[in-house]
Design a protein around this ligand. Structure first.
Ligand code: GAR
Length: 211
């Protein structure tokens, strides 16, 4: 089983979904570390309660020294023999050098159907745009924020009387299904990148699309 670090900044519900999936003996990855850049991240308690090693590397303490922050995180990864990074509501932008070091081995979940709505406030922006479909994306992390090759997407309808929180909850339920599936593909070695696109082998015609 590949050793994965889940990186969080807050609630950690996607991390919890990864932990739950990894409890299955056939799952190709284990969550060997949950690391937060904030000591007050609620998700840390959830991980500790399940006996998962946790670490806090407070980004605040590095006063804008992003490279120093990343070196400190990588010391934790080295201690735990981490092979794959899963960003799970991790709200820090990483340096190009760090992204390059983890190229092909770091994934992110984003709450929109990329390339629509990169960045923050995705649900409010989807409502304002009047789109009828919204959703979530798991992608490999590259230097451009929210721009890496797409591994998997799930779509949800946007309803006429939706609120931001109702839409967020509908998307989040899909995130919790999508992220464990996509991490499993990466950990099992089913993912390769060709011409900037991620190809997933062995999961059938609808690879990457959980509609
Ligand atoms: C999730 O919706 C995730 O997609 C989003 O933050 C939320 C974290 O929730 N990520 C981003 O916006 C990344 N830019 P969680 O902590 O409960 O997993």
């Amino acid at each position: 089983r590949r050793r994965v670090a889940a990186l969080i900044s807050g609630r950690g519900s996607n991390m919890a979904a990864l932990l739950a999936a990894a409890e299955h003996p056939d799952y190709p990855a284990e969550i060997a570390l949950v690391l937060s850049n904030r000591a007050d991240a609620a998700g840390l308690a959830h991980a500790s309660a399940r006996g998962i090693p946790t670490a806090v590397v407070e980004s605040r303490g590095f006063r804008g020294d992003r490279a120093g922050f990343e070196v400190a995180m990588e010391a934790e990864f080295a201690r735990r023999g981490i092979e794959i990074i899963a960003l799970a509501g991790f709200m820090r932008v990483l340096t190009e050098a760090f992204v390059a070091r983890w190229e092909g081995r770091m994934i992110n979940i984003h709450p929109s159907l990329l390339p629509s709505f990169p960045g923050l406030e995705t649900h409010a922006r989807a409502l304002a745009a009047g789109v009828r479909l919204h959703g979530c994306t798991v992608h490999l992390v590259t230097a451009g924020v929210d721009e890496g090759p797409i591994l998997a997407q799930a779509a949800v309808p946007v309803l006429q009387d939706d609120t931001e929180s109702a839409l967020a909850a509908r998307v989040l339920a899909e995130e919790h299904r999508l992220y464990p599936a996509a991490l499993a593909w990466l950990a099992a070695g089913l993912v390769r990148v060709e011409a900037g696109r991620a190809l997933v082998s062995g999961v059938g015609m609808a690879a990457g699309c959980l509609a």
